[in-house]
Design a protein around this ligand. Structure first.
Ligand SMILES: [Zn+2]
Length: 544
């Protein structure tokens, strides 16, 4: 690929007489029917399509070569004699059709309709079938980058690819011989492609300009923001907020772009991952006129999504929903959101007190960390308000001793609490390569199951394919445990021990992590391995 002739299109090589027409066709389309897009000459296309202002009448074709008054056209379908005659008459040339693979046609079609000056999250649609295309991210990104003419277009191409593939972050990392580009998709970093060091440096500089950083400064870390619009799922214009940071490192500056689409993703409780039984109970809790619901889980467990989606579901015209957050992560329509500002005296507790003076129905307190906030929140939950909040604990049960430690009166806590949600995010089995498999006894024992207890034919596993980066997983959803409190458990919270509470819950039954894990694994959503990776071991070995 380094000699100079390979930089010329096949058509130019043919016109130079360095290859024959037959050789030109062979370098353009290999034996499997795959087209080498980079060897096509745009001029051939331009000349051919110039004769067809009504281009829509044409069947799927790719102009390959024009040689001795004959157009060589590639097509993934067979073309009728009548159509060939029409094309021949209009172009005053002979027409020869060469078969090409459907996938190549589709790639070519996408590059024809590519607009590198715009950021777009529009999914790729197969031009032949109208179905959504399974995208190989590395392949399309490399192809599209080759069409970008400057740094801004390169950056927009990377942003579009990231949005189309649900990436949350883009990492641009310089090494001695390249700038490595990775996307974080479903929580895991994926290498997408590399740029040459020279192009890489220019991309970083352009990115610094776009995010208003000092480009003369490359020895200290900087951060900035970019606001852009992009074409969203249905072609509508959406806002995209980006936080950019650069960090000087050995081979230059490493940049990370965090993507924050402004499109409201918090609409449907059904998409969160609750088992249907758990969702029924949860909806009842959420529509109580008063009381407190606590959400637990570490950072990245998806509890903010659950919290926001819940707020969006209770926020109707006749209900006043107010939040105090640190910080506001997404702006939600129809909800008053306030942000903590310690230096200005706007603490969580102060914010909460101010909210209570404004006649709220539903209150969300970002997190309970101190006695004052805890007291105020519990009292609010006992005086006609629904209060949603979070605590950093390993599982749902852990929230009770944690809240007691912070300090409110145990009697008030037990009266106020409606329920506690504990959650993690599990990766879902890739639907393209999922296959049935029989779990081992060891795997079953992780869930405390024995072979005779369950239908083994429901277990699935992803074999790994291009759509899931050979991991067997694609997309994530929450695995949820839900503790809904009744009078007996409230009494135990007031004057009993955690052991007593747990023993009671075991007898009565509740939606534990183990229960939810069995549900997710036996319905083919995820695997035992994945459950083991994300759910705390202590929560799985408990048997309910
Ligand atoms: Zn797959």
């Amino acid at each position: 690929m380094t000699n100079s002739t390979s930089l010329l299109s096949a058509w130019q090589q043919l016109r130079n007489r360095s290859i024959t027409c037959e050789e030109a066709l062979n370098v353009l389309i290999d034996q499997e029917g795959m087209l080498k897009l980079h060897l096509l000459d745009p001029e051939v296309s331009q000349r051919f399509f110039r004769e067809f202002p009504d281009r829509d009448i044409l069947p799927p074709i790719i102009p390959l070569l024009l040689w001795r008054n004959c157009y060589y056209l590639a097509s993934p379908v067979s073309i009728s004699e009548d159509m060939i005659k029409v094309m021949s008459d209009r172009s005053f040339s002979d027409i020869k059709i060469v078969p090409v693979d459907e996938k190549s046609y589709s790639s070519w079609f996408h590059t024809q309709h590519l607009d590198p000056t715009r950021i777009s999250a529009m999914p790729l649609v197969n031009p032949l079938t109208g179905e959504l295309e399974r995208e190989n991210v590395s392949e399309t990104t490399e192809l599209y980058l080759s069409k970008a003419v400057d740094q801004i277009e390169r950056i927009k191409t990377l942003l579009s690819g990231a949005l189309r593939n649900r990436a949350s972050d883009i990492h641009l990392e310089p090494f001695k011989d390249c700038l490595k580009i990775r996307y974080r998709i479903d929580g895991i970093l994926r290498k997408i492609t590399t740029l040459s060091p020279e192009v890489g440096r220019k991309v970083i500089v352009a990115l610094k300009v776009m995010s208003n950083m000092d480009i003369a400064e490359s020895r200290r870390p900087q951060d900035g923001r970019i606001g852009e619009n992009y074409a969203g799922g249905k072609g509508s214009n959406q806002g995209l907020d980006m936080r950019v940071s650069v960090l000087p490192c050995v081979w230059g500056e490493k940049a990370v772009i965090r993507l924050l689409p402004e499109e409201n993703p918090f609409t449907d409780l059904h998409n969160l991952g609750f088992a249907s039984q758990a969702l029924d109970i949860y909806k009842k809790l959420l529509h109580q006129p008063q009381g407190m619901i606590i959400f637990t889980g570490p950072t990245g467990s998806g509890k903010t999504s659950t919290l926001y989606t819940s707020l969006m579901n209770v926020a109707t015209e006749d209900i006043n929903v107010v939040t105090v957050e640190d910080p506001v992560e997404y702006v939600l329509p129809g909800i008053t959101q306030t942000q903590v500002h310690e230096r200005a005296g706007m603490t969580l507790a102060a914010g909460l007190r101010a909210i209570l003076r404004q006649d709220p129905d539903v209150i969300m307190v970002g997190e309970i960390r101190d006695r004052e906030t805890a007291d105020t929140a519990v009292r609010a939950a006992l005086t006609g308000h629904l209060v949603l909040t979070t605590l950093h604990t390993n599982d749902a049960l852990g929230a009770i001793p944690r809240l007691k430690d912070i300090g409110p009166d145990p009697g008030l806590i037990s009266d106020a609490l409606l329920g506690i949600v504990g959650q993690r995010l599990v990766r879902k089995i890739c639907s393209y390569c999922a296959a049935q498999y029989t779990p081992t006894e060891q795997e079953l024992s992780v869930l405390g199951l024995e072979k005779a207890q369950i239908d083994l034919s429901t277990f699935r596993k992803g074999k790994g394919c291009a759509n899931c980066f050979k991991t067997g997983y694609s997309g994530r959803e929450a695995i949820v445990e839900l503790l809904d409190l009744d009078d007996i458990s409230r009494q135990i919270i007031y004057d009993g021990t955690m052991t007593q509470l747990y023993r009671y819950l075991q007898e009565r039954g509740y939606i534990s992590f183990r229960w939810a894990a069995i549900d997710k694994v036996t319905t083919g959503v995820t695997t035992v391995e994945e459950v083991q990776r994300v759910v705390p071991y202590s929560a799985l070995i408990r048997k309910q």
